[in-house]
Design a protein around this ligand. Sequence first.
Ligand code: DGT
Ligand code: MG
Ligand code: MG
Length: 369
Amino acid sequence: MAKSRFEYVRDFEESDAVMKQCFIVLRIDGSNFHRFSDKHGFVKPNDERALLANRAAHGVMQIMPDCTIAYGQSDEYSFVLRPDTTVHGRRRQKLVSLAVSKFTAVYQFYWAHFFPETALLYPPAFDGRLVLYPSDKILRDYLAWRQVDCHINNLYNTTFHSLIQKQGLTASESEKRLSKTLSKEKNEILFQLGINYNDEKDIFKKGSVLIGAENRKENEGEIDLWEAQSSEESKHLQKRQVLVLHVDIIKDPFWQRYPNLLLPLEEVKKARKRQLQTDCNKKNNEYLFILVFYHALVFVILDFNIIRKSKTQKRANALYYCSSSRQAHLNMKILDSDHRSIQLYFHISIRPRALRQLGAACHLPYHQF
Ligand code: DGT
Ligand code: MG
Ligand code: MG
């Protein structure tokens, strides 16, 4: 930015970086969604099309790589950022405004995709807040609070609307009937109306949990399969794949299954390194094979260069011939980690100039191979 005599006004901006080593939670909530859902004819008590919110949350996860887990229910979504994230200098206003604007923009952008028969009557708005949580335990309690809220509201709403829809009660009669009832009684009312609450969909009973797809275990959850509306958007989306789950996040098993979600970034890196080492030991042969393959390929290219120049050198375990000045067919043997011989066949097509540049860039003396 060019310097000017007005530059000093910048000093009036206050720093709003939030405290270090705390989990950052960004919570977004639909503004006056009671009205919005009514005006747009959302199915009561739950509308599957309202999964549009998951799509919007996915958009936020794309721009917040340190967001390890997001949890959504009703008209709200919480995004959890790692405690040691340095994204956007941990600036409160920057983080909240980015999350809210991205969520709102994606919500509108995909409206027609999820509600093809309902015109958007007016632009929805979302509010946002940032809260810091200083420990794993408190963070987990926060998420548990939101999931319990989902459970309580969903049981109430399911019973409330069933009484209206199946027993013909008015809204106020239904409200009166449910006044001061416990969960058990609501379950019984539902049962009398022919509904077993346990059979209701997990997505509504438990809400939606979004985590990075790198945490995916075998045969588990769907990776987001939403189609992008343009090639530009798909480039953007490929940054991060997201796994959508509808599971309990209150009890321990979820956190035992995904131990990396609450770790600081540094520890995740260390854990990944350890995992790589273990995988590597398990699949030693394959790993070494890739290494050998890589060096063999460099060797082929460099050696080819030498052959082109001298036209005399040969290696005992490799046979080349040039079919034209630009191409080479190669049939060679390499050894895997158990010293078993592997036959490789290459057809290489390289411009001589690129070949020379590659040879120079590698700086690898011939005898290394
Ligand atoms: P606020 O957040 O203070 O601006 O006010 P609201 O009206 O957004 O209140 P809130 O956030 O406590 O409640 C969310 C509203 O959204 C609630 O009235 C139910 C409605 N809602 C959310 N998802 C659905 C749905 O799938 N179907 C229907 N019918 N309503 C839904
Ligand atoms: Mg709301
Ligand atoms: Mg809400």
